[in-house]
Write a new protein. Structure first.
Length: 626
């Protein structure tokens, strides 16, 4: 091994034809409120998630019109200038196409239809109850008060509404006049998730499962069952299905109770699954637990029949029939496909993640990996890493880990924090530290890295930080992708997120720093030149013939001689770009994302021409596939 450098007295380390034409795949982060939501169908018998489709953003509730089978999505107002109003959007269940919009005065808490599907009834948070003419798509009656869950009696003559103060109110569906009220539930806790079976109304609060007579609203039975939620009754009325969440701790459980006695007939715990939001299919044969991992469960045995990693944590889910569950995601990341020959967006499709960060491409498999940020919600991660098939333009799978991908090489995704995910092993491991035996009062901070075009090595910029105080130094570590061992590490002047690029034959590495680009021989890891600059680059790329080095400082693209660093031309950009820069395989087009203008700039480095392609959603990253 050959010694190549020292980092603040801490480093003493040794080193031992593209096709023309392409498409750019541009990701847009779903956190921003200008990106849509999506609905993804889960097919229970297949144990698979179907193609997702766009729906209005901010959705919090789903219902199915029994007459037309159209989807009603309740949208919650979000604070901010781009907030959608409180509305119910009526959607085509197959395409997500908008059929109608019904404005409302508040957030929908519960939504039910009468049997013919002529009227819908919605309780609004602190805004009362509204009756909606389904055909006319307008509110025809209102009732003041504070109501939660709604349910119809078996003969549809009564509409039951759970009041916030613990009472259950019976209403005439035609007039919304009161037909009576229950006594408050035990512990004076509000009832939730009203379910009617025959002449019994079932509900739960934090401590009890409660039975009410639907004719008199008298409490006929109470079963002590803490942290439980009744989510279904078998079609023959003999069994009650209860989800148990022990104070949001793992494991959760499903219990099957005898309807008459309330005694437990069957119980099953589940580790790592979110069971509390479970649904019972209309035919009573299947249970689905929709979450970041979707589980299909046999309702007779409570055995899991299929699981699939989902595209996030849904806000709501509903059976559209006994085979298909629709899962609602309120804010969805987006993939946009740009054809550089026409300078048009040719496709957009949901990514299904609410917190995107990073994307890399595997050209051999025509696959794109879109990363995510892990955000815990009640102990459950919200996100996974999506696998996108560029021939189908849709998510075809997810990786069971949330991470930020920087580069792809040798069947591995290199991520933030010195992590690497192996597709073959299906597991994440850590790269060895760039400085062996680092003192415990110091730690490594990583920056976006890059892989050599030949896939033999991954280069990762880093900094060394004390627990308190100023940064001690900056460096670049090169790792063999064959076994992820450290080949070399050397000092650089400053990180500045240190953009990296390589010559097409992988023999030369270009490392950006503050107003300079350092040139290295990738075989010896020795620095061979330094290009002094009048600006700082945030991204680098090299032309396919290796002659030119392209640098982007956010306001312009600089075309440099790759051998000498001499500036050949400067191409001004119409706006400020913040994201990465991608080069088409034929070298004819540079793609830069402009999130402030919702556009992607297509730059011809030979002519200096810039074509601005407006995109429907604010772009955050871009990769190019042939």
């Amino acid at each position: 091994m050959r010694t190549v450098g020292v980092l603040a007295a801490l480093m003493s380390l040794g080193v031992p034809d593209t096709a023309a034409g392409a498409s750019a795949y541009v990701a847009a982060n779903g956190v921003a409120c200008d990106t849509p939501g999506s609905i993804a169908p889960f097919h229970t018998s297949q144990g698979a998630i179907g193609a997702a489709y766009f729906v209005p953003a901010g959705g919090n509730f789903l219902a199915i019109d029994p007459a037309t089978k159209q989807v009603w999505e309740a949208v919650t107002g979000i604070q901010g200038d781009c907030a959608p109003p409180f509305s119910i959007y009526i959607l085509n269940p197959k395409s997500g196409g908008l059929v109608a919009n019904i404005p409302l005065d508040g957030e929908v808490v519960s939504l039910v239809f009468d049997a013919p599907g002529r009227y819908a009834y919605a309780s609004l948070y602190n805004k009362g109850l509204v009756k909606i003419d389904v055909a006319g798509r307008n509110v025809v009656q209102t009732l003041a008060g504070g109501y939660g869950s709604l349910a119809f009696s078996s003969d549809a003559s009564r509409l039951f509404a759970a009041e916030w103060d613990g009472y259950i109110l019976a209403l005439d569906p035609k007039t919304l006049h009161s037909l009576g009220s229950s006594e408050p539930s035990p512990a004076y806790l509000g009832a939730s998730n009203l379910i009617v079976s025959g002449t019994t109304l079932l509900t739960t609060n934090s401590f009890y499962i409660l039975y009410y007579d639907t004719n008199t609203l008298q409490l006929t039975k109470e079963i002590l069952s803490q942290h439980s939620r009744v989510f279904g009754v078998s079609p023959d009325g003999s069994k009650i299905y209860v989800a148990v969440d022990p104070a949001e701790l793992d494991p959760e459980a499903i219990k099957v109770l005898d309807f008459s006695s309330g005694e437990t007939m069957l119980s099953q715990t589940y580790s790592g699954l979110y069971i509390y939001g479970s649904l019972l299919s209309p035919d009573g044969t299947k249970i689905v637990a929709p979450a970041n991992t979707v589980a299909a469960i046999d309702a007779l045995t409570l055995a899991i029949t299929a699981t699939v990693t989902a595209i996030g944590f849904p806000n709501d889910a509903i059976f559209v029939d006994s085979e298909t569950v629709l899962m609602l995601y309120p804010d969805t990341g987006v993939m946009m496909v740009i054809d550089p020959s026409t300078a048009l967006v040719t496709a957009t499709f949901p990514l299904g993640l609410s917190a995107l960060n990073g994307e890399v491409a595997d050209p051999q498999r025509n696959t794109i990996f879109v990363g995510s940020i892990t955000v815990a919600s009640a102990g459950y991660p919200c996100c996974n890493t999506s696998v996108v098939d560029s021939t189908l333009n849709r998510i075809v799978g997810t990786l069971p880990a949330a991470f930020i991908p920087y580069a792809f090489a040798a069947g591995q995704i290199y991520s933030a924090y010195g992590e690497v995910y192996s597709l073959a092993a299906g597991a994440m491991t850590s790269l060895p530290p760039p400085i062996p035996n680092l003192p415990p009062n110091l730690h490594i901070g990583w920056y976006p890295g890059a892989a050599q075009p030949d896939g033999a090595a991954y280069w990762a910029p880093f900094s060394v930080y004390p627990n308190y105080g100023k940064t001690l130094g900056h460096g670049v570590a090169a790792y063999s992708t064959a076994n992820n061992t450290l080949n070399a590490a050397f000092q650089i002047p400053s990180p500045t997120e240190s953009p990296l690029a390589f010559s097409p034959d992988s023999s030369i590495a270009y490392v950006g720093s503050d107003r300079a680009v350092s040139v290295y021989n990738t075989a010896t890891y020795r620095q061979t030149a330094t290009f002094s600059l009048r600006t700082m680059f945030i991204a680098l790329a090299v032309s396919p013939d290796g002659r030119n080095l392209y640098g982007n400082n956010g306001k312009a693209v600089f075309v440099l001689d790759a051998a000498t660093g001499a500036e050949e031309r400067k191409i001004e950009l119409p706006g400020t770009v913040q994201g990465p820069m991608a080069l088409s395989p034929d070298g004819a087009t540079l793609f830069l994302t402009d999130s402030t203008a919702n556009a992607v700039d297509l730059v011809n480095p030979a002519s200096g021409a810039v074509t601005v392609v407006p995109v429907p959603y604010s772009p955050t990253s871009v990769v190019v596939l042939p």
